[in-house]
Design a protein around this ligand. Structure first.
Ligand SMILES: NC(=O)c1ccc[n+]([C@@H]2O[C@H](COP(=O)([O-])OP(=O)(O)OC[C@H]3O[C@@H](n4cnc5c(N)ncnc54)[C@H](OP(=O)(O)O)[C@@H]3O)[C@@H](O)[C@H]2O)c1
Length: 336
């Protein structure tokens, strides 16, 4: 193969919002696959708020991306060469492919997907990591019961939009919090949430009190900060606060803003629990089957926000932090 691979590497650890100068664009010849390896032509890449954390030095649930390394990213692509058992040229696979045009991966580190069952980008959204996050975070950590009230922040995003829809499937009331009137309209009118609060134009604490007269049974937190505090102020007895993420804090150059209303946990005999989706990897296939079933029945909608061009990566990633995405943010690298 005489293919040149274009790659995006981490050049500097950002302070605050990542800048274009934090990345380098490099080219390198694509190697032949070794024994047990595949070469994948990357088609779509998943852009995730967690990438901001992976750019920082320090201990986390996964090691940071090293300076000079290709930026880590989940993706879906087509196999163009294989020396791995059970995988042939033409197969579509997902895995940690990285921000690049081609990825060399171990066959055991990628998973085959069927483009006839669902469009490829949905394997990065509802049927991918963010869908799994919504599924296990809500059902395993939140443990909803019918008629309970579930509140979710970043409700129009990849994880939040699925949390609210699964809450409805389980017979709960779903209230979304999002940062724009059109996002609020989308989650109610298109996704079937019961109500939504625009945190940029409304008093969240007051609006939640009105929408949740018996209190919040489950708060699925994607954002942290002031919105977490507003939700803590409105908990029902025995509420569960699911700590999924805290995007409002990821680019902060000062200490993370913790909740000041935490004694609401005591008063309401409530609990707050964090989780990492990767811990559920052995159950992804079963969850994806159930979610695909809900999609086929029209109960669960998948929406991807697709931006084309590897070279747009530095700016496209920032859409997550500026609230410019509706649904799962995906970078299209090449035509199928
Ligand atoms: N625990 C896990 O295993 C796990 C796995 C995957 C994702 N996550 C977390 O889940 C959360 C959602 O991820 P996602 O991939 O679904 O992203 P997303 O919701 O599709 O996109 C991020 C959204 O966050 C909102 N946002 C950005 N800055 C904000 C701020 N300062 N205050 C409030 N909202 C803000 C924006 O929506 P608005 O326009 O509404 O502000 C933006 O569209 C993130 O915190 C992520 O780290 C956790």
């Amino acid at each position: 193969m005489s293919i040149v691979n274009h790659q995006v590497r981490l050049a500097a650890r950002p302070v605050g919002m990542p800048r274009r100068s934090d990345w380098t664009f490099t080219t390198s010849p694509l190697p032949e696959p070794g024994d047990g390896e595949v070469v994948v032509k990357v088609l779509f890449l998943s852009l995730d708020p967690a990438m901001r954390g992976w750019m920082n030095e320090g201990k986390s649930y996964i090691p940071p991306v090293g300076l000079g390394e290709v930026m880590r990213a989940g993706g879906v692509g087509r196999v163009i060469a294989s020396r791995a058992p059970g995988i042939v040229v033409g197969d579509c696979v997902t895995g940690l492919l990285g921000i690049q045009e081609y990825a060399v991966a171990k066959g055991r580190d990628v998973v085959k997907v069927d483009p006839k069952l669902a469009p490829l980008p949905s394997y990065l959204g509802v049927l991918g990591m963010t869908g799994m996050t919504a599924y296990f975070g809500l059902l395993d950590v939140g443990a909803p019961k019918a008629s309970e009230t579930v509140v979710v922040s970043a409700a129009a995003g990849a994880v939040g939009s699925v949390v609210g829809q699964i809450a409805r499937i389980k017979g709960c009331r779903a209230i979304g919090i999002a940062g724009a009137a059109d996002k609020c309209a989308h989650v109610v009118d298109e996704l079937g949430f019961d109500a939504a609060v625009d945190y940029k134009s409304q008093d969240v604490r007051k609006a939640l009190r009105a929408h949740c007269p018996k209190g919040i049974d489950i708060y699925f937190d994607n954002v942290g900060g002031d919105i977490l505090d507003a939700c803590l102020a409105n908990l029902a007895r025995r509420a569960r606060v699911v700590i999924c993420g805290a995007i409002s804090q990821y680019n902060s150059t000062t200490a993370v803003k913790g909740p000041s209303n935490y004694l609401s946990l005591l008063v309401n005999r409530a609990r707050m629990e964090g989780f990492v989706v990767f811990d559920y990897a052995d159950r992804y296939a079963q969850a994806a089957r159930e979610m695909a079933g809900w999609m086929a029945q029209g109960k669960l909608k998948s929406r991807e926000d697709i931006v084309a061009g590897l070279d747009t990566f530095p700016e496209t990633l920032l859409k997550l932090f500026k609230g410019e995405n509706l649904g799962k943010l995906v970078l299209k690298v090449a035509d199928e």
